[in-house]
Design a binder for this molecule. Sequence first.
Ligand code: PBG
Length: 328
Amino acid sequence: MFELPIRPRRNRKSEAIRNLVEETSLKVSDFIFPMFLIEGDNKKNEISSMPGIFRFSKDKLLDEIASCKDIGVKSIVLFPSLSDNKKDKLATESLNQDGLYLSTLAEVKRNFPDICLMTDAAMDPYSTDGHDGFVENGEIINDITVEILAKMAVAQAKAGADIIGPSDMMDGRVGVIRQALDHAGYTNTSIMSYSAKYASAFYGPFRDALDSAPRFGDKKTYQMNPANRKEAVWEAQLDLEEGADILMVKPALAYLDIISDLKNNFPIPIAAYNVSGEYAMVKAASANGWIEGDRAMMECLLSIKRAGAKVILTYFAKEAAQFLQKGL
Ligand code: PBG
């Protein structure tokens, strides 16, 4: 009849051979688990738009980190949720070593010295304006913000942070943070730059979790336009030159092309932030029985890694770790 000598399906004929030729696989050590911190004691409040994700008081956070460690999740990034009376225009509370965030960082590090502890360096959790920058007459002022971020980074390094994560998208902040850290003696503190952070609709549940939505306007004068691709390479190039150790793309799933571009252009590790809205979509669809939640979760994470991200910040970290442990 006809001959078909080339048959790609031969490499798919059994699970053993499929595993053998598999190009990408996930490991628990790829994940960073984002966690939310609140004031008080003995508190563990679920975030309604992020089922399975909680805001923890310091004591409960320490328990949760212990349970993460047990299943192999050894990297976390911590975000604070502050009451309004701790907020001001200059994000002053972010420098308070006895305040909620910095004292908790120190305690986490004391209890878990081998955990890789990443911080959020941004003004929005501490700012009455809810913006990632200092606001004057309705405008976000770049250079004043950069100065504040540099002080914040040094305070976080002092508290014991391993990685500083500037999530703000101000110009030049990586270089100024690097200089400030080095001058203060923190030459070993890393910077994971949110290099290509887009003005995205997928941050909604996170802003609910922290009550950190902008009080006016939007974040389009600093976060990137989702239409732009080359600009991401430019932003990443600058961050590399300014001394970033890891470059991040955010969000992840709608930006796999950007992850791939950065992977192909730069020699340092690429990270991607599988953000709150991406998590919420999978959870909502699976709660409705519209998709299989576990399989969708693993497929999303695998796609992000296949696109080129070695490091994945994801609210699925614990669940995916359990999934990998079961060997499913
Ligand atoms: C702000 C910040 C945001 C996230 C992390 N840091 C939201 C924003 O830019 O408004 C979003 C994370 C997520 O959606 O999971 N500094």
